[in-house]
Design a protein around this ligand. Sequence first.
Ligand SMILES: Cc1cc2nc3c(=O)[nH]c(=O)nc-3n(C[C@H](O)[C@H](O)[C@H](O)COP(=O)(O)OP(=O)(O)OC[C@H]3O[C@@H](n4cnc5c(N)ncnc54)[C@H](O)[C@@H]3O)c2cc1C
Length: 411
Amino acid sequence: MPASSDTLNSSDNVQVDITIIGGGIAGLWLLHRLCKLGYNAILLESKALGSDQSVASQGMIHGGIKYSLSGLLTGASEAIADMPGYWRKCLQGEGEIDLRGCKLLSDHFYLWSSASTTSRLTTFFASKATRGRVDKVSGKQLPPLLQASEFSGSVYKLVDMVLDVPSLVRQLAEPLRSRIFQIDWQTAKFQGQPDTGHAIEIVSGAQTLRLNSAAIVLTAGQGNGALLKQLGASSPAMQTRPLQQVLVKHRHPHAFFGHCLGAETTPRVTISSHACDDGSQVWYLGGSLAEKGAGQSSNELILCAKRELSELLPWVDLSEAQWATLAVERAEPLQRNFARPDQAYADWAGNCQNVIAAWPTKLTLAPNLATQIVDLLAKKGIKPRYSSPLKLPLKTPKVAPPPWQTLFGDD
Ligand SMILES: Cc1cc2nc3c(=O)[nH]c(=O)nc-3n(C[C@H](O)[C@H](O)[C@H](O)COP(=O)(O)OP(=O)(O)OC[C@H]3O[C@@H](n4cnc5c(N)ncnc54)[C@H](O)[C@@H]3O)c2cc1C
């Protein structure tokens, strides 16, 4: 008989329906969905919630327009097209999860091209592919950053929006705090065999808990690779794509959220803006700059970023700005030719009875990922079974601070 949490003995079997490993956007969103469906689910996090990718992301909830620049809309980009609307409902408290406490940084996103690439953009936006999801803006409608007389090029406003991800992580974690636990893998391990299913053994002080679950879901981002290895799983394989983001901390008055398009289909630079506690702001730079910069030293990349911004925004004085870079990896299921996946991925791990491995591939697609996992559980006949809440003798993890707060010291 599994123990109820109030009566744990020194060596106890604890039973839950689902154990989620990894508390980024994917694990937290899934925890909400499962609890809503009546599953007794818990989440185990080894560092701070949102570490690695989620809190380091640019927070864009996008409709996939930038992915369709390279050609026709695929089925996957059709699916992502609905995501801004879906998230907007959640932010208004009318969606699947109540995100009214999450901070919206911007309810739009711009796509801007320098004069030399304008004709390609104009042709693309005139096509039916974008179906009214973009508006051309000019004059007074331009974002304040681009209202300078020196600016030439065209600007489109997308329905995409930008969230403050630390507030999103807090908003998702807070209502389910009692189900979220810190795990230390020095004192915990998987037990079991591929054919019998796995459990997790956790030593906590004098207690040894054996945590049994109908399914263990791995949503540990990059950590999934090592977890799958420990479990002896034969599939899926993971790929990581390294990036090096650039952070510019300055006192220029204007925030900006947008992609600058160059000659390639990946935006030349993607800028999001994040307020700091001391009244300054950080422009967080991604896109091609961060992809190509992954192999550069931090100083080399900062030089490239300075050149790029002075070419694109010569009227902005960043001479007093502070610069930093952040090396980070995107974790995804392995794709042919190392391509970027455009859909969320979840499936049963090969050679394991009760383990699902999952990557949302984008923050935007965390809701789709949760739906895929709910479907996998339903297809295997895994239903909510254990209703008693759990009080495990484990701590609650904190929320990871974002890089614009940690990389500039106490200046
Ligand atoms: C620089 C950057 C910018 C991005 N910008 C955007 C964007 O604007 N829009 C968008 O849609 N997507 C964006 N993405 C992609 C998006 O951030 C990721 O797809 C998403 O955050 C992945 O979420 P996750 O929960 O799967 O993983 P993560 O956010 O990486 O979370 C994994 C969690 O698991 C924990 N963990 C790891 N190993 C273990 C373990 N062994 N045991 C327990 N816990 C463990 C980690 O500590 C972490 O909390 C961006 C990604 C990057 C890197």
